[in-house]
Design a protein around this ligand. Structure first.
Ligand SMILES: Cc1ncc(COP(=O)(O)O)c(C=O)c1O
Length: 339
């Protein structure tokens, strides 16, 4: 086996041994198949290629100190994929099929699950695509569902270190009544220009505002936005935000720590009133934000004044990380051990 430098893994694709695949034809799913190929053979007129009829998920398997492999709230990802399928008329993947596929993909690639203590984990990527040949704009009659895995290091090179974000008004990620609330490829394609702009200007990511009025905060790049003000955990409510499993978990943990959770439209004008700001998602759990720059309005909002993450963000981050790796008891029924 290739020697993997677990401590310096990038957040990128790396070949593993196997992936699993299932095909939907004549109105039903077939049997799950195991493949060792990294390639798929699909029709050039597949709806996924032309009309973006595809959805995906992202989650991780974690190896604990006890050597056990843990999945975190995989049922939430299965539910979200179901919503994505409804949203762009894909064949629905049942919870049972989703579960069977992710567990099989993890078990078949056990040797790629990073050791405890390296900060790395096995990323799991379920993918659902329309494979039927169509030229007119309509849902495909055939689908492919597959799951591949790949070992990953932290999403942000900086790790749990504060990053800078830039407000973007030039390009929208998602339309007000569009597909921002589901995990479909088109949203990510629409985000690339603004992300590139942010990177070019020296920022880690973009802060998206609501597309209609540019008055409310939507998302922080491919992650949810949250802020801490006094004793409150504040996070936006909007149709164009992807409901994050991480954010949902942080809200529950915040409540248990005695914070008040406010999930509501959050105005850009509030940025100056927050004590701490963070982006949250599976990849990094929390990326604390040091600075948000509003180039158009010529404003800079500073957080982490001493250069360190805020105490509440840090506490939430540690707590969730410890649950995921099995260092803290799972009192919520969030963890599934893969035997
Ligand atoms: C647009 C977007 N928002 C938020 C998230 C965070 O969601 P989760 O916590 O389920 O990973 C992701 C990542 O999946 C994302 O792509």
């Amino acid at each position: 086996m290739d020697n993997i430098d677990w401590k310096n893994l990038p957040f990128g694709y790396r070949r593993t041994d196997y992936n699993v695949r299932c095909y939907y034809r004549d109105g039903k799913w077939g049997e799950l198949e195991i493949s060792s190929s990294e390639y798929i053979n699909i029709h050039m007129a597949a709806t996924a290629l032309h009309y973006g009829q595809e959805a995906f998920e992202g989650m991780k398997a974690y190896r604990g100190k006890d050597g056990k492999i843990r999945l975190f709230r995989w049922g939430k990802n299965a539910e979200r994929m179901k919503k994505s399928a409804e949203g762009i008329k894909l064949a629905e993947v049942t919870k049972e099929l989703f579960q069977e596929a992710i567990i099989k993909a993890v078990k078949l690639n056990k040797r790629f699950i990073p050791p405890y203590g390296t900060g790395a984990a096995l990323y799991i990527r379920p993918l659902l695509i329309g494979t039927g040949a169509e030229v007119g704009v309509k849902p495909s009659g055939e689908y492919m569902f597959m799951v591949f895995v790949t070992p990953v290091g932290p999403y942000f090179k900086e790790g749990f270190k504060p990053v800078d974000m830039m407000i973007c008004r030039e390009y929208d990620r998602a339309a007000p009544l569009g597909t921002g609330h589901i995990k479909v490829g088109g949203n990510y394609a629409a985000s690339l220009r603004s992300l590139e702009k942010a990177h070019d200007e020296g920022f880690a990511t973009t802060l998206y505002l609501d597309a209609k009025q540019k008055k409310f905060i939507d998302e922080a790049g491919p992650a949810n936005f949250f802020a801490i003000r006094g004793n409150s955990y504040i996070t936006p409510e909007s149709h164009s935000i992807l409901p994050s499993v991480t954010n949902d978990s942080l809200m529950i943990l915040a409540k248990e720590m005695g914070l008040t959770v406010e999930r509501r439209p959050v105005e850009v004008d509030e940025l100056g009133t927050f004590d701490e700001v963070g982006a949250c998602g599976t990849a990094a759990i929390i990326s604390p934000v040091k600075k948000i720059v509003d180039l158009e309005e010529d404003k800079i909002y500073n957080y982490c004044k001493d250069g360190n993450p805020g105490p509440v963000s840090e506490k939430l981050y540690r707590k969730l990380l410890e649950i995921q790796f099995g260092d803290q008891p799972d009192n919520h029924g969030w963890v599934t051990i893969v035997e």
